[in-house]
Write a protein that binds this ligand. Structure first.
Ligand code: CA
Length: 228
């Protein structure tokens, strides 16, 4: 898949550490958001799409443990714990709650970067090879889309758009979110491009078939789901 810039959320209340992480990760080519307290961190983690979350444990507002716990109810975003507590119990607790790795402060940036890259590689490997909704199948390794026995040819953008909708099937996605994820555009960009792309995608994926999967939710955005 053509990968737009990987997005990383840093939840860290020490501004010096947060700045250092933002600078280092941005220079390494990542798109970085920073939350300086647990409540903002939890909100971003649950509403935005990140490829990885760097999560401090001791935070004002929700702590890292409870953020991870609520995140894991609905999302599998990889989490790397940044912790000043290096006891065995804390590490085990983090891993049991579903953290992917942890790093004890203070750490060298080079080590953090190595762990981040390793988790992101694993993250890609962990995704299922085939996604399916009704008779729609997306074969990721082969970059192939079918409905039933019929093969559908898509452009790279159309493929990424369909992949986003299918990965989050049943969830209404706003034009803004789609524009950000598929075109890596900003909030205030022209989201007309999304409507045009959806129309083209539907012409290939839905129009020739009786069972429609891509639906317009007026005033909100689009959802892919089987409504039969
Ligand atoms: Ca802290």
């Amino acid at each position: 898949m053509l990968n737009p810039t990987m997005r990383i959320l840093v939840v860290e209340d020490e501004s010096k550490t947060a700045c250092y992480l933002r600078k280092g990760l941005t220079e390494s080519g990542f798109n970085v958001d920073v939350a300086s307290n647990g409540n903002d961190g939890a909100h971003l983690a649950l509403t935005e799409d990140y490829d990885l979350i760097l999560l401090d444990v001791m935070l004002p507002g929700s702590d890292g443990w409870s953020i991870l716990q609520s995140l894991r109810r609905t999302r599998q975003t990889p989490v790397l714990f940044l912790t000043a507590k290096g006891t065995v119990e804390d590490r085990v607790k983090g891993l049991e709650l579903g953290a992917d790795d942890y790093l004890v402060k203070p750490f060298a940036f080079s080590e953090l970067l190595a762990r981040v890259r390793s988790i992101l590689r694993r993250g890609t490997a962990r995704q299922p090879d085939v996604l399916q909704v009704a008779d729609l199948m997306i074969d990721l390794p082969r970059h192939r889309v079918c409905r039933g026995d019929e093969r559908i040819d898509l452009t790279a953008k159309e493929f990424n758009l369909l992949l986003l909708l299918t990965r989050r099937a049943g969830e209404v996605l706003s034009r803004t979110l789609i524009a950000e994820q598929v075109w890596d555009m900003n909030f205030d960009s022209d989201t007309n491009v999304v409507d045009v792309a959806i129309r083209r995608l539907r012409a290939k994926v839905d129009d020739p078939f009786e069972r429609k999967l891509i639906h317009n939710v007026r005033g909100v955005g689009y959802v892919l789901e089987d409504r039969q």
